[in-house]
Design a protein around this ligand. Structure first.
Ligand code: MSP
Length: 517
């Protein structure tokens, strides 16, 4: 079979502050998909990184009395380390201050210029430093006496300056045609509709250079201008694959990207500007853009001024990395907004992870160790309910999981697996292997426990993309070799098990608020 490739990207993050739940969430979503695809036989590139140029970074460095370079070096390192510590498996960590990326951006600019899509003019309008975005008057509202962007609530300032423009307006019809021919290009559907109506309302040419700032990549033919940070940042998705002027192997295998995972606030840049840039460059468009929702904190919008930013580090220190990942993906349908609450996190850990899953492993393994010296053999015949359990947890389940992963539907992906965990719990309670043992019916007890362990093996393999540490731990306790931790092994019951003494994988918590957000 020919090799399958998969390229997934997270946004690259502004390094004007430390990472928070939002950065963690987007990267997590990518990580789960990347891990799933690797297990499913794909060669994967998962790229993430940091967005290091622009006025926002320049201003922040100034306020800290640091050079921008110093600040971005420090913070970028912090992001890279956090991702490693959180066990994310990004293959690439892009930095836009990297010289190969800068070379690519210069090349892109020259291409756009040579193809006649760049011209010099003057920009008069509004700019939000916080969003690094241009707004027209109709997109603004007044809030507490200040002009802010209606979509983000960010302050804007009026600017009038010489600028280079990209002929975005030329792409309006092409974009609309593309959206209508590719209804899955933007997900969820509500976001697709939002983009289509924005483009239908008319596209103006886009200012793509700034003269009042210096922290950026200079326009090659006119170094008094720096290239607009979003043109620089979006192109990182190409730079992650190598030098654009050469048609590298990575580029041939991995472009167009399979999925750009983003948050809903940066949809317009990805679903309008980016495809137009790519069309102008005669490059194929990414296959899909998924815009997820935003988290609030205990019902409140997260903001620096409110001081309620959720730092993932203390949360995972207290509750565990996998536990937090599980919570974020299970708590809300992916694509919707969600509310973080410590109470809800604790409930999920206690009820779903510790009780449903962890405790089932614990109690089954303890019985096996105590009564079978850890050893179980595959029954020569399975009764109807055993057969059912094996059937629903084999390739059927794998296919359903694949389907949900391809729809970026994490909550149903997990729920699907959980319904089998619940079935297993009913099954152990109904068959009561402890009673079978007491009555000296060791053969039936072996069969019941075998099926439970076999299904737990499959479920743990399928949950590994979400909870790699805990599932690895469980598969170690089941004493599974590497080759029976693969997707290809899911449908085939093992001949025997020789499990080891269990130790708890998930810890229960009492509901007291120690971490103040
Ligand atoms: N640098 C740009 C992206 C350039 S990509 C070519 C940027 N960076 S960011 O650091 O501000 O934000 C990155 C991501 O964090 C976005 O996808 C955004 O949606 C996400 N989140 C920020 N706050 C969030 C929440 N409160 N909840 C969920 N995600 C949120 O934008």
């Amino acid at each position: 079979m020919s090799q399958k490739y998969y390229y997934i990207t997270s946004p690259i993050y502004y390094v004007n502050d430390k990472p928070h739940i939002g950065h963690f969430y987007t990267t997590l979503a990518c990580d789960v998909i990347a891990r799933f695809k690797r297990l499913d036989g794909y060669k994967v590139i998962f790229s993430t990184g940091t967005d290091e140029h622009g006025q926002k970074i320049e201003q922040k460095a100034k306020s800290l009395d640091l050079s921008p370079q110093q600040m971005v070096d420090d913070l970028s390192q912090y992001f890279a380390e956090l991702f490693k510590n959180m066990n994310f498996t990004n293959d690439i960590f892009m930095r836009t201050t990297n010289k190969d990326h800068i070379k690519n951006i210069e090349y892109i600019w020259q291409q756009l210029e040579a193809k006649g899509f760049i011209y010099k003019g003057s920009y008069e309008g509004y700019y939000s430093v916080s969003d690094e975005a241009f707004y027209t008057e109709s997109e603004l509202i007044t809030k507490n006496g200040n002009l802010v962007a209606a979509s983000s609530g960010s302050l804007v300032e009026k600017i009038q300056e010489e600028s280079y423009f990209f002929s975005l307006s030329k792409f309006q019809d092409k974009l609309l045609e593309y959206y209508s021919k590719n209804p899955d290009f933007i997900a969820p559907k509500s976001r697709y509709n939002e983009v289509v109506s924005f483009v239908k309302s008319g596209l103006k040419d886009l200012s793509v250079s700034r003269i009042r700032i210096t922290w950026g990549i200079k326009v090659p033919s006119d170094p008094s201008h720096v290239i607009y940070v979003w043109l620089d940042a979006l192109s990182n998705y190409l730079s992650a694959l190598g030098d654009l002027s050469e048609n590298s192997a990575n580029f041939k295998n991995y472009w167009p990207a399979d999925l750009h995972m983003i948050g809903k606030d940066i949809l317009r840049f990805h679903a309008v500007y980016w495809p137009a840039f790519l069309m102008a460059l005669d490059l194929p468009l990414p296959k899909k853009i998924f815009a997820h929702g935003w988290w609030t904190n205990e019902g409140e919008k997260i903001s620096k001024s409110k001081g309620n930013i959720i730092d993932p580090v203390p949360v995972v220190e207290k509750y565990g990395i996998d536990e937090f990942k599980y919570f974020l993906l299970k708590e809300i349908p992916f694509g919707n907004d969600g509310d973080y609450s410590e109470e809800s996190l604790i409930n999920r850990i206690n009820n779903e992870l510790a009780n449903d899953y962890g405790n089932l492993c614990q109690r089954s393994l303890s019985i096996i160790i105590k009564n079978f010296n850890g050893k179980l053999v595959k029954p020569s015949n399975f009764n109807q309910s055993e057969q059912n359990l094996l059937e629903i947890s084999g390739n059927n389940l794998l296919n359903m999981c694949r389907n949900y992963i391809d729809k970026q539907d994490f909550s149903n992906y997990i729920e699907n697996i959980w319904s089998i965990i619940r079935d297993l719990n009913s099954y152990i309670n109904k068959t009561a292997p402890w009673t079978l043992i007491k009555n000296n019916n060791l053969a039936d007890a072996n069969n019941v426990l075998y099926v439970i362990i076999e299904v737990l093996r499959r479920i743990s393999i399928l949950l590994a993309p979400v909870m790699p540490i805990s599932t690895n731990n469980i598969l170690n306790q089941l004493n599974c070799d590497e080759e029976v931790r693969s997707f290809t092994s899911i449908n085939t019951p093992l001949n025997e098990y020789n499990v080891v003494a269990p130790s708890p994988v998930f810890t229960k918590h009492v509901n007291e608020k120690i971490i103040q957000p």
